[in-house]
Design a protein around this ligand. Structure first.
Ligand code: N01
Length: 485
């Protein structure tokens, strides 16, 4: 059999894309190009730079297993530090030469001559044997349709497209939304604002953690001197963290009840004013939504210049916001912390697979992939951190690495001439999704709250299994689940 090098295009240079490029190169693949629409790498950490942005996962866990960083400044790193880390990793591992920045993919079409034709926003056409979509989950900002929003006289900014020139000190600020982002941005803007109104439609449970803590002195020097110990510690912490989170979220154990009791205590202890506490009290179980973690929000919202507004927003006027009870609050700046279209994945890119099927048609009932990575009707295409990825339970860096290694095994079969195309069967995908639906039953995400985890059809778009199951599933490809040619 003749060897032929697969031409691989990876879309996206965030956590998933960087990991995939690294793993494939490590496996000896040489024809790899990463297309990234942003002007720098980092994905969400490039696009998000709102005030107060921090990762709520400890920095010594939130990193690539193949590039552990000893010298994080903070125990929970800032967004800017994480973006810099991604840039440094790309430079240090020599991946920069594979990455084309400012290159947005608008179309990708499977050609019956058995390759992908990819078109960029600049009109350039590229051809690939394999297309890997590492396009992220929290990517396209969700802008709510609020009457009058377009006619507001002042600036309106979505947190994921923050304007660094925006002046907020001394202003009357309205923040809409109370996910992880809303909580972080309110905490950061409150001290210097003239006033801050936080518009909250559904209250959130907020776990207290000392987020601005510095990494302990001496830790960086010790870890840098002992890289093997650092790697082992990283693995142990990542393993322990996902084990605990999986246990707590997927099974109704005493550990889940303990974390929930802690969430309730955080509110009770930090907010003594009963009226305010009642407004901050969610009507669903802690952990049902993606858990918010903050060491400063309750302090910020208790401040004299802060107001928690739980009445529905009726309309935005040119100089403020009117709620359903008729109250009008004057406002200089509106901050939309309203989240993302979390189930778009590679869309709005126009993606057409075998027989011209579009991704919109294939996903008419919601996003669906086999083991997070393969889609029936789309030969030689894989997703990394695709549908059912484990946001909130298992490390996304680890998941990306396992998925990339899995994909590399298919590419190796192409290279040795064992196959030209690989496409997952519909039956295998249905079986996988049926197993997911059953496993989702006892998860906390299913206990009756409205969160971005839910698709329009009401399915929870997460990973309901543990880490060992993921490792086993992505260990080696099962040829019976695929059509090969
Ligand atoms: O978005 P969200 P996010 N009127 O979807 C509200 C990650 N992250 O950007 O709940 C009024 O959670 C909406 O209200 P409701 C993390 O995975 C990580 O905050 O639908 N309100 C909700 O309160 C996180 O989970 C970090 O009733 C409206 C909010 O907007 C994910 O990103 C930091 C509204 C949206 O919350 C998304 O978080 C930040 C309307 N018309 C984010 N429409 C880390 O630290 C929407 N809302 C790692």
């Amino acid at each position: 059999m003749t060897e032929r090098e697969p031409r691989v295009l990876i879309i996206g240079a965030g956590v998933a894309g960087i990991t995939t490029a690294h793993v494939l190169r490590e496996r000896g693949f040489t024809d790899i190009t990463v297309l990234e629409k942003g002007s720098d790498v980092g994905g969400v950490w490039y696009w998000n730079h709102y005030p107060g942005l921090r990762c709520d996962v400890p920095s010594q866990i939130y990193q690539f297993g193949f590039a552990p960083k000893p010298d994080w400044q903070h125990a929970w790193a800032t967004g800017a530090a994480i973006q810099r880390y991604h840039r440094d990793v790309v430079e240090q591992l020599g991946l920069a030469e594979l990455i084309r920045l400012d290159t947005e993919v608008t179309d990708a079409q499977w050609d019956e001559r058995r390759h992908w034709v990819v078109t960029t926003a600049a009109g350039e056409e590229l051809v690939a044997d394999f297309l890997i979509c590492a396009t992220g989950v929290l990517h396209h900002p969700f802008i709510p349709e609020i009457p009058g929003l377009a006619d507001f006289a002042g600036p309106v900014v979505h947190t994921a497209r923050w304007d660094d020139e925006l002046a907020t000190d001394g202003k009357r600020i309205a923040v809409i939304g109370t996910g992880s982002t809303g909580v972080q941005v309110v905490s950061a803007l409150q001290p210097d604002a003239a006033s801050i109104d936080h518009y909250v439609r559904s209250a959130q449970w907020i776990l207290w953690a000392p987020m601005s803590l510095r990494q302990m002195p001496g830790v960086a020097a010790v870890l840098a001197r002992l890289p093997k110990v650092h790697r082992t510690l990283y693995r142990l912490m990542a393993f322990g963290g996902s084990r605990l989170l999986t246990d707590v979220t997927t099974r109704p154990t005493w550990r889940r009840r303990a974390v929930q009791a802690y969430a309730r205590a955080c509110l009770r202890i930090q907010v003594r004013d009963k009226t305010l506490r009642a407004k901050l009290q969610p009507d669903y179980e802690p952990l049902c939504k993606r858990q918010v973690v903050s060491g400063s929000y309750y302090r910020a919202i208790r401040a004299d210049n802060a107001d928690l507004v739980t009445d529905d927003i009726a309309e935005v006027t040119p100089n403020g916001i009117r709620t359903a009870d008729g109250t009008h609050r004057d406002t200089d700046v509106i901050v939309l912390a309203t989240g993302f279209h979390a189930h778009n994945y590679m869309r709005p890119m126009r993606l057409h697979g075998r027989d011209g099927i579009s991704i919109d048609d294939a996903w008419a009932k919601g996003p669906r992939a086999y083991q997070m990575t393969a889609i029936p009707g789309f030969p030689n295409l894989f997703t990394v951190l695709g549908p059912n990825s484990p946001t909130g339970s298992i490390s996304l860096q680890y998941t990306s690495e396992l998925t990339a290694r899995y994909i590399a095994q298919w590419l190796a079969k192409f290279r040795t001439g064992e196959l030209t195309t690989v496409e997952v069967t519909d039956q295998a995908t249905t079986r996988f999704n049926d197993d997911v639906a059953i496993a989702m039953g006892p998860t906390v995400w299913n206990t009756g709250c409205n969160s971005w985890y839910l698709t329009e059809g009401g399915n929870v778009d997460l990973w309901p299994f543990d880490r060992a199951t993921m490792k086993a599933m992505l260990g080696s490809p099962d040829p019976a689940a695929f059509h090969l040619s």
